[in-house]
Design a binder for this molecule. Structure first.
Ligand SMILES: Nc1ncnc2c1ncn2[C@@H]1O[C@H](COP(=O)(O)OP(=O)(O)OP(=O)(O)O)[C@@H](O)[C@H]1O
Ligand SMILES: [Mg+2]
Length: 151
């Protein structure tokens, strides 16, 4: 993995559901500084949304007084998104990663499935009552166009 950092943003925001789309668009806008394809961009957006919504919904139970921290780093041909909460944490990470597992019967339990299928690496670090950090990494093919408009 190429380790020369091309750009990096750090974003901290309240644990409010409206910040899911904000973080998705922000990461996508940064990603267009690399030559991403439309489909790579869509995959990055979905994976980012899933990680951020987990931090807000599960980590913080939608508590707006809590802060989610997102660090997005661009390398020559990789994009890395780190989403960190200091919420409830995950007791059993292996179980949480299982397709269709959810601690909430109303949910599908597919967030990690999307993250894993759309990104090349998904690393989950979590401690009960201390919080969770999810790191997503994606290799960028370089066959797309730079600096497209993002919405
Ligand atoms: N940041 C987090 N803090 C605490 N628990 C988490 C966090 N992220 C995930 N989890 C746990 O892992 C489980 C699986 O997450 P996943 O995103 O795959 O499914 P889901 O969020 O339950 O459902 P969906 O994403 O389909 O709406 C969650 O139900 C939750 O118990
Ligand atoms: Mg989820």
């Amino acid at each position: 993995m190429d380790r020369i950092v091309k750009n990096r943003i750090i974003l901290e925001f309240d644990g409010r559901p409206e910040n899911v789309s904000l973080s998705r668009v922000t990461v996508a806008a940064l990603a267009t500084q690399l030559s991403v394809t439309i489909s790579e961009l869509e995959e990055i957006k979905v994976a980012t949304s899933e990680a951020v919504s987990n931090a807000i919904i599960h980590g913080y139970q939608n508590n707006p007084e809590k802060t989610v921290r997102l660090v997005c780093t661009l390398y020559e041909d990789w994009l890395e998104v780190e989403v960190k909460d200091e919420g409830v944490g995950i007791k059993d990470i292996k179980q949480a990663l299982q397709p269709a597992f959810s601690s909430d019967p109303e949910r599908m339990g597919l967030g990690f499935v999307f993250m894993q299928s759309f990104m090349d690496e998904v690393v989950v670090d979590s401690k009960v009552n201390l919080g969770t950090t999810v790191t997503l990494r994606k290799k960028i093919s370089g066959s797309g166009v730079k600096n497209k408009a993002v919405s």
